[in-house]
Write a protein that binds this ligand. Structure first.
Ligand code: GDP
Length: 526
């Protein structure tokens, strides 16, 4: 029988992240094909919430439905159990993605060869860097005209602030794309445009093998040898430990749409990517192979059916074995809880599970007990650290338009904030509630959900703010002086911490200059 350690060692829990349109959905689907989790291409729906849908509520709801269905995709590949955690494509839901990154052990970043590093990729990489998450980069769409691969490598290093190490190398690009040389396995894969076909592989002994010339022609073979020589001169061999520390990222080239370069990526991934690692709780570091279960909620997804105000809390198992109907302690409330119908996500199907291991995600049906970041244990006092809140980008006053529904509104706001849909600040001066988001779409989702799930109607009122800064100081008097001076712009977050709402970058800079004893933070943890 497999031991706990066996189960841990065979698990790979990761997320694929990219700027929209780089090919995340396509790559995910191809990985599932290799894992036998799906049998036809086109089975994975993009969970992208399209801009055009902003006023079409049913459409948003439908798309949210898709994203719950594809939230976690588990499948077996050889001896490995792979869990892919899906992240929303739309940047207005970036916070969701950040939080999902707290539940993975590594990531694969997809970059479009023509577009290079884009804004969303850069932001997501910052979160990976904060947590030293190991990353592998897949440069996609080699079948299209794109940039010089050396130029892409330089850009990856400069923009993502990480060393890179190519493990495969393209022979030409676009219309002339002939294949990739697999540096990792020393083989040559020839490109044939195809959606499902297995790649044609040429067995070779070394880069000098004349079979390369036969396969791609002398000119391209010569260029390949020249490129490889340059690579070996510039990039040290892959140091797997440095990859695991998040210091160097292996890079693969391919075309997800053509299922090209994907298997190579997957085979290398299962070998080098980390199995579940120790997780830091406030109290101590917790190793996955400890005998007692612990885990935390990293995502809450509301039920789409307004008649059942229930949701699914996604729990990442951090240590021990999770068992159905066992008694677990919900740390925040101190209550013991039992879960009769926890679900897992295998091969695109959601089904009730009896047990789950570190690295696995269990979905727990919930009616408002859970909040993002909550820890569950067998009894020990542990609090897993989530991700800090980042300063929102957009702010609006939220106003009740139906005084009869004040209670419902209060409850709705509270639950939506528990789900992490947006952030709530209360102005200390006038008591008005301010909602902060990273995008316009979230305001629309909040308004819609408050109405449909809580029967509360709200109106947004503009407030022009630049940033929310969490403030602190070692000098209590200086802090009080600052708060007094800025009293109209002081707010409290949900945890009761002081937040300064700066209405412009200029005001913020002036405040920093005038109050040198105050520290201004753009995230809620410091
Ligand atoms: P996502 O937004 O990152 O999930 O991107 P998608 O997977 O939805 O892909 C965006 C578009 O790029 C789709 O039209 C895909 O068919 C296309 N695409 C993905 N991979 C490739 C590729 O390797 N080559 C080409 N030519 N197009 C691709």
């Amino acid at each position: 029988m497999a031991t706990l350690t066996d189960e841990i060692n065979r698990r790979r829990t990761f997320a694929i992240i990219s700027h929209p349109d780089a090919g995340k959905t396509t790559l995910t689907e191809k990985l599932l094909l290799f894992g036998g989790a799906i049998h036809v291409a086109g089975a994975v729906k993009s969970n992208k919430i399209k801009k055009t849908a902003t006023s079409d509520w049913m459409e948003i709801e439908k798309q949210r439905g898709i994203s719950v269905a594809t939230s976690v995709m588990g499948f077996n590949y050889g001896d490995y159990k792979i869990n892919i955690l899906d992240t929303p494509g739309h940047q207005d839901f970036a916070e969701d993605t950040y939080r999902t990154l707290t539940a993975v052990d590594s990531v694969i970043i997809v970059v479009d060869v023509a577009k290079g590093v884009e804004q969303q990729t850069r932001k997501l990489m910052e979160v990976c860097r904060m947590r030293n998450t190991p990353v592998i980069i897949f440069v996609n769409k080699l079948d299209r005209e794109g940039r010089d691969p050396f130029e892409i490598l330089d850009e990856l290093e400069a923009e993502l602030k990480i060393s890179v190490r190519p493990l495969s190398w393209p022979i030409n690009i676009g219309a002339k794309f002939k294949g990739v040389y697999n540096i990792y396995e020393h083989s040559l894969d020839l490109f044939t445009p195809s959606k499902t076909q297995v790649t044609e592989r040429v067995e070779i002994d070394s880069v000098d093998d004349p079979r390369i010339d036969e396969a791609v022609g002398e000119k391209d073979a010569a260029k390949l040898r020249e490129d490889l020589e340059l690579i070996e001169g510039v990039y040290p061999p892959l140091d797997v430990d440095r990859y695991l520390e998040g210091k160097v990222a292996p890079v693969f080239f391919g075309s997800a749409l053509n299922t090209f370069g994907v298997k190579e990526l997957l085979d290398c991934f299962v070998k080098i990517a980390p199995s579940p690692r120790p997780v830091t709780a406030e109290e101590r570091s917790v190793s996955p192979d400890e005998n007692t279960f612990s885990g935390f909620v990293f995502k809450i997804h509301a039920n789409m059916d307004p008649n059942h105000r229930s949701c699914i809390a996604f729990v990442k198992v951090c240590s021990g074995k999770f068992e159905r109907n066992a008694n677990y302690k919900h740390m925040r409330s101190g209550k013991m809880m039992r879960f009769a119908a926890p679900t897992a996500f295998m091969a695109q199907k959601k089904s009730i599970v009896d047990e789950a291991y570190p690295g696995d995600i269990v979905g727990i049906p919930d009616t408002g007990n859970f909040k993002i970041g909550d820890t569950l244990t067998e009894g020990e006092n542990l609090h897993y650290k989530g991700l800090p809140s980042f300063s929102p980008e957009m702010f609006k006053y939220i106003e009740n338009t139906d005084p009869m529904k004040a209670k419902q509104l209060e409850k709705g706001i509270q639950q939506l904030m528990d789900e992490g849909v947006a952030q709530l600040f209360t102005n200390q001066f006038n008591g008005r509630k301010i909602i902060g988001t990273v995008g316009q779409l979230q305001f629309e989702v909040i308004q819609y959900r408050l109405l449909h799930e809580y029967g509360a109607t709200v109106r947004w009122e503009p407030i022009s703010l630049y940033k929310a800064c969490w403030i602190e100081s070692d000098d209590q008097a200086a802090l009080e002086a600052f708060k007094k001076r800025k009293h109209q712009f002081m707010a409290t977050d949900r945890e009761g911490r002081d937040v300064f709402l700066a209405d412009s970058n200029y005001v913020l800079q002036m405040a920093q200059a005038d109050f040198p004893k105050i520290r201004f933070h753009f995230t809620s943890e410091f």
